[in-house]
Design a protein around this ligand. Structure first.
Ligand SMILES: Nc1nc2c(ncn2[C@@H]2O[C@H](COP(=O)(O)OP(=O)(O)OP(=O)(O)O)[C@@H](O)[C@H]2O)c(=O)[nH]1
Ligand SMILES: [Mg+2]
Length: 325
């Protein structure tokens, strides 16, 4: 790979060079990661100009179908926009995938010349998964993408992580009975900026409308604490209905964020948070690499698990050992 050519290629919007840089970023090899890091550092002045949008929801709720309809809708009104999509696929089939088994691949949207779709393996936290997603966003921004959509797994911790790295966080919900609503994870509602009740077609439409009222009440009750009360919208991604309204409401939200300067503040905090996480991640990696006969990381973990070593003392020992090394 020619380094300067890759930088120039990305700045000119070359998909080939962008894809190459993302692959380096996702690599497990130390030398690849160093190149990716340097590339990104040089590209930093050209980053930050997109809208980053996170989309979450349980497997099979219709996230990919929605993104496909949503992307097409945006391009209908704003044909010059460049859209990038990151789909976080489960690395292990056990961890997710559509419960209906008919996963949508966004074939139609990805064929559009202004669209770049990139599946990103969820490598788990050992591989620094969410941190890589954040940096993939930066590379896409340098390549001129105006809107970056991240489809996240609606399971585990990854959705919270993605929720904390985007400008707007959308939750897709499937019409459900009252009992099913009771079992829903509430924590995620705190992060949500727009709630979309998808699959509001056919048999589910009636239930969807009832759910809308319930969610509006939930958001209304917590509205005093927040400057923005998330709108609850009905849509059918399959029929491509209600999707245009989502784009209009999303723009309202983003403008509101810019006006109150919350947009910039959030971005600054996210960048700092990424730095903190990188530091912890790199430090952890170093500690594991620096294992000596004197200090076995595994042995220390064993002692902590068995209550034989106090966690803060253990951290102190590990740090001192690292400084000496
Ligand atoms: N009736 C109806 N079906 C839909 C709608 N949106 C998606 N589906 C169907 O639901 C199934 C799952 O859709 P996907 O878009 O793959 O869902 P997903 O949330 O991306 O799934 P995962 O990526 O596996 O988590 C597919 O069979 C879609 O055709 C909708 O608005 N109405
Ligand atoms: Mg999907």
């Amino acid at each position: 790979m020619n380094y300067n050519e890759t930088i120039e290629g990305i700045l000119k919007g070359s998909r080939k060079h962008l894809a190459k840089a993302i692959s380096l970023l996702e690599s497990y090899r130390e030398d690849d990661l160093l190149i990716a890091q340097n590339l990104l550092d040089e590209l930093m002045p050209s980053t930050g100009k997109s809208y980053r949008i996170g989309i979450t929801g349980i497997p099979g709720v219709g996230k990919s179908t929605f993104i496909e309809a949503f992307g097409e809708e945006i391009l209908k009104f704003e044909p010059k926009k460049k859209i990038a999509v990151i789909t976080i696929d489960p690395s292990s089939p056990k961890r997710g995938g559509s419960i209906l088994g008919d996963k949508v691949r966004m074939n139609s949207l990805s064929r559009h010349e202004n669209v770049f779709v990139r599946p990103s393996p969820s490598k788990g936290e050992q591989g620094g998964g969410a941190l890589k997603t954040y940096e993939t966003c930066l590379l896409m921004e340098a390549a001129g993408y105006d809107i970056i959509i991240i489809e996240t797994l609606g399971v585990g911790q990854s959705e919270y992580k993605v929720g904390q790295m985007v400008d707007a966080f959308l939750l897709l919900h499937m019409p459900a009975t009252g009992d099913e609503l009771q079992g829903m994870k509430r924590g995620i509602l705190e992060l949500v900026d727009l709630l979309i009740i998808n699959k509001c077609d056919g048999k589910l439409e009636h239930e969807g409308k009832l759910n809308k009222k319930i969610f509006e009440q939930v958001f209304h009750l917590s509205a005093t604490k927040k400057k923005w009360s998330p709108p609850v919208l009905l849509a059918s991604s399959k029929e491509k209905e209600g999707v245009g309204v989502v784009w209009q409401e999303l723009k309202k939200f983003l403008l509101h964020q810019k006006k109150t300067r919350d947009f910039q503040k959030k971005r600054e905090n996210q960048a700092l948070e990424c730095f903190n996480q990188q530091l912890i991640f790199k430090l952890n990696k170093k500690i594991r690499e620096k294992e000596t006969k004197l200090l076995s990381y595994e042995a220390i973990q064993e002692k902590i698990k068995n209550g034989l070593l106090c966690p803060s003392k253990a951290a102190q020992i590990v740090l001192e050992n690292l400084m000496k090394a």
